[in-house]
Design a protein around this ligand. Structure first.
Ligand code: ADP
Ligand code: ASP
Ligand code: MG
Length: 481
C-alpha cells in the first residue's frame, strides 16, 4: 500500500480537488490511503475567528464563518450531482458546531489550546468529507475515516506528540480491513485525539506528519506528499526564483531542512518514515507527471557543496550572562534545566565560559522562563531574528566552507548575531535579522548553487580562513525539552 497526502493548495477548490481525485485514480492499483489538509487558508481563518471571538469580536468571527460556509458549499455545488445530501448535511453540521464553539469562546472571553484544537479540527474534517465525496465521483470506493479515532497523542494541545504504538495499532485495526476490501480510506491530516478522545492537532503543517504516521503503521511501500511546488528545492522558491528541484536527498539532510524552516515538510515528518525506512516523495499536484523529490536513507553525493538552504524567521535569541557562582558546568546545566522545565525547545545554542545564547521560536511565552533565568545571571532577549541553515552531508571536515559562507554574508553587508555548526556536522546555521533573510538566501544561493565550479574555486578563501577560524564561536546544536 501507499499513502498519498494532499496539502491545502492541492485541495483548495473544486478544480484542485478534482485533480487530486484523478491522481488517486491513477494509483488505485497500489492500494492508497489518502490524507488531506484543510482547503488552503482554512486553518488560518479558523484560528483568526477563534481569536476574534475570544477578544469580544463575535460578529467579525461569525462573518468569517459565513464566508467559510459559503466556500465549502460552493465547492460541493461545483462538484455537481455526485455528493449526496448527506455530505452537504455533514458539512453544515460541522460548521454549526464551529459556530457554537465560537459563541462559547466569546461568552467566556477565553480561548484555551484545548478549545483551539476543537475548532481547528473542523478544517480537516470538512476537507476529508468533501474529498472522499469527490474521489467517489470517479467510481472509487472511498471510505471516510476519522483520524481522531486512529491517531493517539499526548494532551499538548496545538502541538501534540503522537504515541506511535497506540496509533499503529488503531490505524492497522481501522485501515487494514478497508484496504483488504479494496476500498480507499480518506482521512484528515493534522488532527488526532488523546487516549480519552479529546481532539488534538499536530502543530501547523501537521498533515505531512499524519501521512508518515499512517505510512509507518501500515508499512507503506512509499509515502507521497503532493504539494504546490515541484519537489524539495535547493531553497524556498518564494525567496529565490532560481531554486532548483532536488532529485534525491537523504533522510538526515531533509530532516535538518524541515527542522530549520523548509515549510514543504512539517519538522517531524520524517521521524516515522526513518523508523520504518520508507521512502517519502514530494510531488507537484499541478504537474503530476514530474519526477519530484525522493527522500530516502541513502542519497548520491551532491554535486554542489550544500544540498539546500533553509530559513526560519520568527525567532528570539535569549542571552544569559553567568554570575560565575555556579562554575561553567553548573551554569549551563541550570540554564538547560530551566528550558526543560518550561517546555521550551532550543533551536541553536552557542556558549562561552561565562555566557550562553539560545535561539528559540518567538511564539513561545517566555515569562516563566525569563524569571528562572534571571536567577542565574543577566538576561537579555533579542527579537525579530531568523536562522539561516545550510545543509550538506559532504561539508564535514572540509576546510574553507564556513569561511566562504560568511564571506558571502559579509559582502552583502548582513550582520551575523550567532553561529553554530550542527552537532550532526551536516549543517552550518547562523542567526541574522529577520528582514535580512531574502537577501541572505539569494546571495548564498547564487554563491553555492548558481556559480560555475571554476568561479567558485576562485572565491574560496585561503586555507587559514577555513573552519578553524570560526571554531571558537561555533558550538553544537542542542535540543532541550
Ligand atoms: P502544503 O499546503 O501542500 O502542505 P506548504 O505551503 O505547507 O504546502 O509547503 C509548500 C511550500 O513550502 C512551498 O510553496 C514553498 O514556498 C515552501 N518551501 C520552503 N522551503 C522549501 C524547499 N526547500 N523546497 C520546496 N518548498 C519549500
Ligand atoms: N491545515 C493545517 C495547517 O494549515 C495542517 C496542514 O495543512 O498540514 O497548518
Ligand atoms: Mg504543509
Amino acid at each position: 500500500m501507499i499513502v498519498m497526502k494532499f496539502g491545502g493548495t492541492s485541495v483548495e477548490d473544486e478544480e484542485a480537488i478534482d485533480r487530486a481525485a484523478r491522481i488517486v485514480l491513477r494509483r488505485l492499483h497500489e492500494r492508497p490511503v489518502v490524507v488531506v489538509s484543510a482547503l488552503a487558508g482554512v486553518t488560518d481563518s479558523l484560528l483568526a475567528m477563534s481569536r476574534a471571538a475570544a477578544s469580544g469580536r463575535i460578529q467579525e468571527a461569525l462573518k468569517s464563518l459565513r464566508l467559510l460556509r459559503r466556500r465549502h458549499l460552493a465547492v460541493l455545488d461545483a462538484l455537481g450531482k455526485g455528493p449526496s445530501d448527506s455530505v452537504r448535511h455533514d458539512v453544515q453540521t460541522l460548521l454549526d458546531s464551529v459556530q457554537d464553539m465560537l459563541r462559547g469562546v466569546a461568552a467566556l472571553g477565553e480561548l484555551t489550546p484545548r478549545t483551539t484544537d476543537h475548532i481547528l479540527c473542523a478544517g480537516e474534517l470538512l476537507s476529508s468529507r468533501i474529498v472522499s465525496a469527490a474521489v467517489a465521483q470517479h467510481g472509487i470506493d472511498a471510505a471516510l475515516v476519522d483520524s481522531r479515532e486512529c491517531i493517539v497523542t499526548d494532551a499538548n494541545h496545538t502541538n501534540a506528540v503522537p504515541f506511535f504504538e497506540w496509533s499503529d495499532e488503531r490505524l492497522r485495526q481501522r485501515l487494514q480491513p478497508l484496504l483488504l476490501a479494496g476500498r480507499v480510506p480518506v482521512m484528515g491530516g493534522f488532527l488526532a485525539a488523546t487516549i480519552d478522545g479529546i481532539p488534538t492537532t499536530l502543530g501547523r503543517g501537521g498533515s505531512d506528519f499524519s501521512a508518515t504516521i499512517v505510512g509507518a503503521a501500515l508499512d507503506a511501500k512509499r509515502i507521497e506528499i503532493w504539494t504546490d511546488v515541484e519537489g524539495m528545492m535547493t531553497t524556498d522558491p518564494r525567496l529565490c526564483p532560481h531554486a532548483r528541484r532536488i532529485d534525491v536527498i537523504g533522510f538526515d539532510e531533509a530532516s535538518e531542512l524541515a527542522y530549520f524552516g523548509a515549510k514543504v515538510l512539517h519538522p517531524a515528518t520524517l521521524i516515522p518514515a526513518i523508523r520504518k525506512n520508507i521512502p517519502v516523495y514530494v510531488l507537484s499536484s499541478r504537474q503530476p507527471e514530474s519526477k519530484g523529490t525522493c527522500i530516502r536513507a541513502r542519497a548520491p553525493r551532491s554535486r554542489t557543496t550544500f544540498r539546500a538552504i533553509a530559513a526560519k524567521a520568527g525567532m528570539k535569541v535569549v542571552n544569559v550572562k553567568s554570575m560565575r557562582t555556579l562554575g561553567a558546568n553548573g551554569f549551563l546545566r541550570a540554564v538547560f534545566e530551566a528550558f526543560e522545565r518550561h517546555g521550551c525547545a532550543a533551536d541553536l545554542v552557542s556558549t562561552s565560559e561565562v555566557s550562553v545564547s539560545i535561539v528559540l521560536n518567538s511564539s513561545h511565552p517566555l515569562d516563566g522562563l525569563l524569571g528562572d533565568l534571571a536567577k542565574l545571571g543577566e538576561v537579555e532577549v533579542e527579537e525579530h531574528k531568523a536562522i539561516i541553515c545550510l545543509v550538506g552531508k559532504d561539508i564535514s571536515g572540509r576546510a574553507g566552507i564556513a569561511a566562504s559562507v560568511f564571506e558571502t554574508i559579509a559582502a552583502a553587508n548582513i550582520n551575523v548575531h550567532m553561529i553554530s555548526q550542527g552537532a550532526s556536522e551536516i549543517n552550518i546555521g547562523f542567526v541574522i535579522e529577520e528582514d535580512d533573510v531574502p537577501e541572505a538566501v539569494r546571495q548564498l544561493h547564487q554563491r553555492f548553487f548558481e556559480m560555475k565550479p571554476s568561479s567558485r574555486a576562485a572565491r574560496l578563501p585561503a586555507g587559514e580562513l577555513g573552519m578553524q577560524a570560526f571554531s571558537q564561536r561555533i558550538s553544537a546544536r542542542t535540543e532541550v525539552g
